[in-house]
Each structure stands twice: as C-alpha cells, then as structure tokens.
Design a binder for this molecule. Structure first.
Ligand SMILES: *Cc1c(COP(=O)(O)O)cnc(C)c1O
Length: 369
C-alpha cells in the first residue's frame, strides 16, 4: 500500500466483501440482504460501494432521501432501492427513477397514491413503515384499518413490504424493550396480512439487530454500519473490518519555544520547547472542532499524538514533541487498526457520526477486492 501523499480516504473493497459475507453468514439462506448506502455509504462512496455490492448479489439498497437514489440510478445501479425518508415533492422523481418509497404516514400514503395514479402506475411497490417504539417515523398499529382501506381502493400501489426500526438493538441493557418492539411488529404484520389478504415481506433488523436478535431476521435485514466494519460492540468489531482509512501527510514541522501559542485564538500554549506538525485536514473535511484542544488524535509512525489548539477549516496541528517524524511522513487519522470508533469516543460520539462527516472534498481511493 503506497503511503498517502495528501489527505485521502482509502476504501478497501475486499473488507466490504468480508463484512458482507460475515453478516450474511448470520442469516438463514432465504433471508434477503438490504444494504443501507445512505449518506454516501456512511461517508465512503455510495456508488462504488453499491456497484461492488451488486457484484456480491445484494438483494436491495436503501437510501434516506430520493436524490441519493437518483445518484445511484444515474451511476447505473439497477437493484431495487428503498427510499427511507421521502417527501411528496420527490414522488414524481421516485416513480420516474424506479425508486421505492417508505410510506410512513397518512399524508405520505395519500400523496403517493395520487402521484402514482397521475403517472398511470399499477401495483407500484411501496414499503409501509410502522412505529414500534422509536417514535421517529411510521404508522401506529391502529392505523392498519385505514392503510388497508386505502390500499384496497387503489390499483396504483401495492405493499411490497412492512417494516419497522429498532431503537436500541445494540444495547444489551434494553433487551426487554427490543423484544417488545419485535413482538409488536410481528403482531402488526400478522394483523396487516390478515386484513389485506396477502403477505408483504417483513423486515426489522439493522446491523446490531442481525447480531443480537437472530430470531427477528424475518424476510430481510437492513445493514449499514456492519458493512462498513463496525459492530457496535468490542466482540463484533473483531469480526468486521473497517473499509475506510483516513490518511494524510505532515505538511510542515515547527519547533517552538515555551509560551508560544498555536493556531487560532491562541488556544494552545506550549509548555516548553515543543515540536508541532501541521496536517492538511480540518473541519471542512470532517474533523469537527470538537476534536480540537487535546480531545482528538492521529497516528504518526505508529505513535498517537494529540490535536492541539482549535481545528481549522483546512488544517490541524498536532504535538509531535519527541516523536521520530519528518515533513512528508504519513499520518493516520483512522484505519483498520486505529479505529474510527475509538477516535469518535474521544469526542463522546459514535462511529456513524465520524464516518458520515468525512466530506466530499476528501479524495477517495479504492483498493480492489
Ligand atoms: C440507517 C438505517 C439502517 C441501518 O442501520 P445500521 O445500524 O447502520 O445497520 C436500517 N434501517 C433504517 C430504517 C435506517 O434508517
């Protein structure tokens, strides 16, 4: 692997294959696999990731917003795409680009039926979302009669699946709550099937659901973070491989005296004679200001060094006093060994947030499978 000569996000497609196969190995052979590729495939690259997952015969994709699905279609992705959080203004586009909406409220149901009808659709596939305790999006159980009556009145759309989302599948202190969500969803699904007279697919589990609730895999699972190499637990992190490595380079080294300051607002003051390295990555690249002032860190020649002072838009400064390094040396922000989840913890956040923060400015490099 060549050393980074500028800030890059290296995406290892063989790690993606590994994670996909590992998660699939947890499933019954008939259980379908939906890959969640929203938010640029969790900050990596939704197009390259989706193309690679198509070669692995993934069954479905999901994105959050319609324009993310349009980007995948523009890139030639032909696998079905579920749009988790569409708005009526997107419905015409959704139909034109063969995207499949999540229908999460009466407003959304009625608007989508209207647009499907106006566009002469029959049996357009939609996915009915139920709220079972996350209290974010979704119909309630007592909406079933209404949904069924609306579906029975139209030929324009058909319920391809019913789904819900777990609130705390990674938290083993919340097993009882999660089991109550599973029960509630199974009850909703049965009632819906009885009333509509056919069996839409049912799906509930995200990555931690796949791992912790093998009895709730149902017809399909929806995995995001696991594909990208994080399992929300020390144990599962061992079985998965982070696909993205964020790397940079030392642009310049300064030797400074005691009581000098570093960076904007003079936020850091040197304790003595110190060596400071400047790295071309900043908050515009996704290293948020919260990582400044000693919270966050990077690795230089395997040594962990703290970010000092305030994070700038395009730069950070790190304290390399006593570290064997020189201008041009590679800098690891995170990789398969020094994990993004650990850096995230330093700022009280989670792998999801640091990964999805990596901005589009950072050049993506792909390692082939
Ligand atoms: C983002 C999302 C997922 C993926 O969750 P992970 O924890 O990343 O596996 C699954 N389902 C829904 C509805 C989501 O919004």
């Amino acid at each position: 692997m060549a050393k980074a000569q500028e800030t890059i996000l290296e995406i290892d497609l063989s790690a993606l294959t590994h994670n996909f196969n590992y998660l699939k190995s947890k499933l019954q052979p008939q259980t379908k696999f939906l890959a969640v590729v929203k938010a640029f495939a969790y900050g990596s690259d939704s197009i390259e990731v989706a193309k690679h997952l198509e070669t692995l015969d993934v069954d479905y994709f999901a994105v959050a917003y319609a324009n993310e699905g349009v980007n995948l279609r523009d890139a030639g992705i032909t696998t079905p795409i579920l749009v988790l959080h569409p708005q009526p203004i997107n419905f015409k586009t959704i139909i034109e680009r063969c995207l499949e909406p999540s229908i999460y409220s009466a407003r959304i149901l009625n608007e989508f039926i209207k647009v499907a009808k106006a566009n002469s659709q029959t049996n357009y596939p939609v996915h009915i979302k139920f709220n079972t305790g996350l209290n974010r999006l979704g119909f309630w159980e007592n909406d079933i009669d209404y949904i069924v009556s609306q579906l029975n009145e139209t030929k324009s759309i058909v319920a391809k699946s019913l789904f819900s989302h777990l609130a705390a599948s990674e938290d083993l202190k919340e097993v009882e709550f999660t089991n109550s969500q599973i029960k509630k969803f199974e009850h909703i699904a049965k009632e819906f099937e009885n009333k509509i007279g056919y069996k839409p697919w049912v799906h509930l589990c995200n990555t931690s659901g796949i791992i912790n609730y093998p009895n709730a895999h149902l017809d399909m699972v929806r995995s995001g973070i696991g594909l990208y190499g994080f399992g929300n637990s020390a144990l599962e992190d061992k079985n998965l491989k982070p696909i993205a490595s964020l790397k940079s380079i030392i642009s310049q080294i300064h030797n400074i005296d005691k009581d000098e300051s570093v960076g904007y607002n003079r936020a850091y003051k040197s304790q003595g004679f110190e060596t400071i390295a400047t790295i071309p990555i900043g908050h515009a690249d996704g290293i948020n200001r919260i990582y400044g002032n000693g919270k966050g860190f990077v690795f230089i020649n395997e040594i962990k060094v703290p970010i000092i002072g305030n994070v700038c838009m395009d730069m950070i400064m790190v304290n390399v006093t006593g570290v064997d390094c020189k201008e041009g040396d590679e800098v690891i922000v995170f990789n398969f060994k020094n994990k993004a989840s650990v850096l995230a913890e330093s700022a009280n956040t989670i792998s999801y947030e640091i990964l999805t923060s990596i901005s589009q400015r950072v050049k993506r490099i792909y390692l082939a499978d």
